[in-house]
Design a protein around this ligand. Structure first.
Ligand code: ASP
Ligand code: MG
Length: 432
């Protein structure tokens, strides 16, 4: 049975990290083994910044500096792993960098999303080229596959939609029954015409799920720098605990509310085929992992807290003192759709609707412009949204103490409260 491993940016961030992959992969003897890898460390962020430089005439110097530093950092890893003995690999990396530069020249006047996909995809092409060479030299027979020929999508750049049937055919034809390690890129795909696309930031988890679904895999393992999923972000809560068992549905809820655990699109394809997802630490592979499957028994065992910063609160009222009835709600939500704005919280009363959204300036501004034609709109910035799944008695009061709640939404399983960020603590603590 097929297994799919996914390694994120942190697990391939430098030469040492890449060295650590070998024993993890060697320990898994069964084949086929598909290994999906992200761009090294923060490469995708760097490529996004490079893209901004490339599109701005006045930033030619910045572009060249950033390009050189990206090239140097990949070269450094190659040097550390292979020393002088890697001319052909280094030539391949150089070719990828030449292509990247060429794509920037070619697409600088293309629409941003298209330019994005033709260039940001190089992060994964570079990392997998390095890792494939490394594994082969370690005696782990590895075949490098170009995900752009296997993950077949439409042309909706930066958030491409999968053509499941073409993808299944391509993956089964190429990857079924191979007894080598099949190494490929997360996050990226391609149209049937060969144009590069991407699946959305953090999309490598989704890529792993696509491979698993198409190959009827026995398991997906996501290797992270933490031993699994937690009931709150351990960097922001000083007493977060690991969730050892969780259902697909609950994991989707957590991801949907903004927990940076797993890309929300990942769970659907796994659930359909009842493929369990295991989240393990590449630093402590022997530590008990988190396992996600169809079993819902453990979902409410621990309350979970999720924070979203940089939130904007919009209060929308009809100008004519009329009610916020269904046609008006429909109208307002329609404008969110038109402007590509997602509301993290929606609440309302007789004469107003309250929305809380991520601060994505361009989209938000055009939404507000459009609303202002027909409604009174007030806006408040620099807010933090706290979402609690399965809150226990007294927990919300303890978490809200000393802070004004600007908006709240509550149902049987979930409570959301919106606070001013400046009133929130640096480090949060889950009440006992
Ligand atoms: N490299 C991409 C990103 O940083 C995809 C991923 O890591 O999942 O968003
Ligand atoms: Mg990443």
């Amino acid at each position: 049975m097929t297994t799919v491993f996914k390694f994120g940016g942190a697990s391939v961030k430098d030469a040492d990290a890449i060295r650590h992959l070998t024993p993890l992969i060697e320990a898994h003897k069964e084949r086929p083994l598909v290994v999906v890898i992200s761009a090294m460390g923060k490469t995708t962020n760097a490529l996004e910044a490079l893209l901004a430089d490339a599109r701005d005439d006045s930033r030619g110097e910045d572009y060249r500096e950033r390009f050189a530093s990206l090239k140097a950092s990949h070269r450094e890893v190659a040097d550390a792993l292979f020393g002088d003995d890697a001319d052909s690999l280094k030539a391949r990396l150089d070719t990828l960098f030449d292509e990247l530069d060429e794509q920037h020249r070619r697409h600088r006047d293309s629409p941003y999303p298209e330019h994005y996909d033709q260039t940001v995809c190089y992060g994964e092409l570079l990392s997998t080229t390095l890792v494939a060479e490394w594994l082969n030299r370690q005696g782990v027979e590895t075949e490098w596959l170009d995900a752009r020929e296997l993950i077949i999508t439409d042309g909706q750049h930066q958030n491409a939609n999968l053509d499941w049937s073409a993808t299944t055919d391509a993956i089964r034809k190429r990857a079924g029954g191979d007894d080598r390690v099949l190494l490929t890129q997360g996050f990226i795909g391609g149209t049937p015409g060969g144009v590069s696309t991407t699946l959305g930031r953090e999309g490598s988890d989704f890529s792993a799920a696509i491979f698993a679904h198409c190959l009827d895999a026995a398991e997906v393992v996501i290797w992270k720098d933490v031993p699994g999923l937690f009931n709150a972000d351990p960097r922001r809560f000083d007493n977060a605990v690991q969730l050892k068992r969780l259902s697909y549905a609950e994991t989707i809820e957590l991801a949907w509310h903004g927990a940076k655990v797993i890309h929300p699109k990942t769970l659907g394809p796994l659930k359909q085929k009842a493929i369990p997802l295991t989240v393990r630490s590449f630093e402590t592979p022997e530590a008990p992992p988190s396992v996600i499957d169809a079993d819902t028994r453990f979902d409410a065992e621990h309350p979970s807290c999720i924070l979203r910063d940089d939130q904007v609160l919009l209060e929308v009222k009809p100008k004519d003192f009329s009610f916020m009835d269904e046609p008006r709600q429909h109208d307002i939500l329609g404008r969110l759709v038109e402007n590509g704005v997602h509301a993290n919280l929606i609440d309302g009363g007789a004469m107003q609707i309250t929305l809380c959204c991520d601060n994505k300036p361009e989209r938000l501004e055009s939404l507000i412009e459009s609303l202002k034609d027909d409604y009174e709109v007030t806006r408040q910035d620099e807010l933090t949204l706290l979402t609690v799944r399965y809150p226990c008695q007294g927990m919300l009061d303890a978490l809200s103490e000393g802070r004004e709640t600007l908006a709240e939404r509550r149902n049987a399983t979930t409570t959301q409260r919106l606070f001013r960020t400046e009133e929130c603590p640096e480090t949060w603590h889950l009440p006992d």
